[in-house]
Design a protein around this ligand. Structure first.
Ligand SMILES: [Zn+2]
Length: 397
């Protein structure tokens, strides 16, 4: 039997914690035009229509079911019109599973030079060639329609969590007006649209933003303006407030920009369904790989004689086939294979971690599994420092 959904996205909660339980974690299934995404789920980031150093088969083997591509980057290079002429983003990047494109707002704020925000949109200088560019809610929707991802995101104006209240007020209210314009401008029937809740760390603004954005006909709700310079306690407080208000809301909740295993677990426990971050792939390219209980630095000299795999039992190519000594050697020699192997490992580790969480929720034993999950995800000081990462210009690999 074929179920025809009126919307391009449907979300079903399959299991959640019993009432009165200490966690809000839930197991869900997001059905999109190019496939099904089991939640809680992590989306690897393919900034320039590629997850750096990996091909689509690598991504599938690592367990990725959805990837994120950056609207800002593809708008500037190679251009959304060109990608559309070439058959759309799925064909262009050779990936036939779901894709989500972000709104471009975060990169306008974090990467572009000479940025000026007015009521209509944002004017900025391209970080690639210095040309003056402009994005508005309408043009962001047009760019994302041309790219043709399964999920588009409403154009928003993020601010850093530590911004002064007046700035947060201004950006949050503008984000609301832009959300309405994004809904009006979004016309592609085979593309879902998610909206972004802002409001910084201010409880009253967060509450107002949650109510406003949830009041619009979005297919999913993004929680923006976190995974920045806030403390874990501040993040927990904001998430508690937002998700408390969304308790009866049937749509998926997506916390943008969070990527260390410990942070992912904490947010899942609070009821978040979707995540994205460049963190696992970015730290991999510096030789940092995640293993149960912490991180391994592949540049450290003591690994040069280590015949064991990065992680016993890991199914990634690096661990199945090579020793720590070999990958450590590749990093020292700056061989290109080093970046691919380390990235494959970190994404496999992250996606496998999410699968373990889903399995525990589905089996109704998440609380019993927590000590083991926490041990795998041991948070280090470096993870805390690295939660705020954006794809900078001109980065190698
Ligand atoms: Zn591995």
């Amino acid at each position: 039997m074929t179920v025809v959904s009126a919307r391009p996205a449907s979300f079903e909660v399959l299991a959640k914690a019993a009432p009165g339980s200490a966690t809000q974690a839930r197991l869900g299934r997001l059905t999109l035009p190019h496939g099904v995404v089991e939640t809680p789920q992590f989306m690897p980031v393919g900034t320039n229509a590629t997850v750096k150093s990996l091909d689509p088969d690598d991504l599938e083997t690592a367990g990725a079911t959805i990837v994120l591509a950056n609207t800002y980057h593809l708008f500037l290079r190679p251009g959304h019109d060109r990608i559309e002429r070439l058959g759309g983003l799925h064909r262009f990047m050779g990936w036939d599973r779901p894709i989500l494109t972000d709104s471009g707002g975060f990169q306008v704020v974090s990467l572009a030079d000479a940025r000026e925000i007015d009521e209509d949109g944002a004017t900025f200088r391209s970080h690639i060639d210095g040309s003056t560019q402009r994005l508005t809610p309408e043009s962001s929707m047009a760019v994302q329609a041309a790219l043709g991802a399964d999920v588009a995101v409403a154009f928003d104006q993020p601010v850093y969590p530590s911004s002064p209240r007046a700035e947060v007020v201004d950006a949050t209210e503008r984000t609301h007006r832009w959300a309405v314009r994004s809904v009006q401008a979004h016309g592609r029937p085979d593309q879902a649209l998610f909206g972004v809740i802002q409001g910084g760390l201010e409880p009253d603004l967060r509450e107002a933003s949650t109510r406003f954005i949830a009041g619009l006909p979005f297919d999913g709700l993004n929680i923006g303006g976190l995974a920045g310079d806030e403390t874990p306690a501040q993040r927990r407080e904001v998430l508690g407030l937002v998700i408390g208000l969304l308790e009866a809301d049937p749509r998926p909740r997506y916390l943008m920009g969070l990527g260390s295993p410990g942070d992912l677990l904490d947010a899942v426990l609070q009821g978040v369904d979707l995540f994205d971050s460049v963190l696992p792939s970015r730290v991999a390219r510096t030789g940092q790989v995640w293993v149960p209980g912490g991180r391994l630095d592949l540049r450290s000299a003591e690994l040069l004689d280590d015949p064991g795999p990065i992680e016993h039992g890991c199914q990634c190519l690096a661990c199945r086939r090579f020793s720590r000594a070999y990958v450590a050697h590749l990093f020292r020699a700056r061989e290109l294979l080093a970046y691919r192997l380390a990235t494959l490992h970190n994404l496999t580790f992250t996606l496998d971690f999410m699968a373990r969480i889903r399995e525990a929720i589905g089996a109704g034993r998440l609380e019993a599994a927590l000590p083991e999950l926490r041990l795998r995800a041991t948070r280090t000081a470096t993870d805390e420092d690295a939660t705020m990462v954006s794809e900078a210009a001109g980065e190698p690999a």
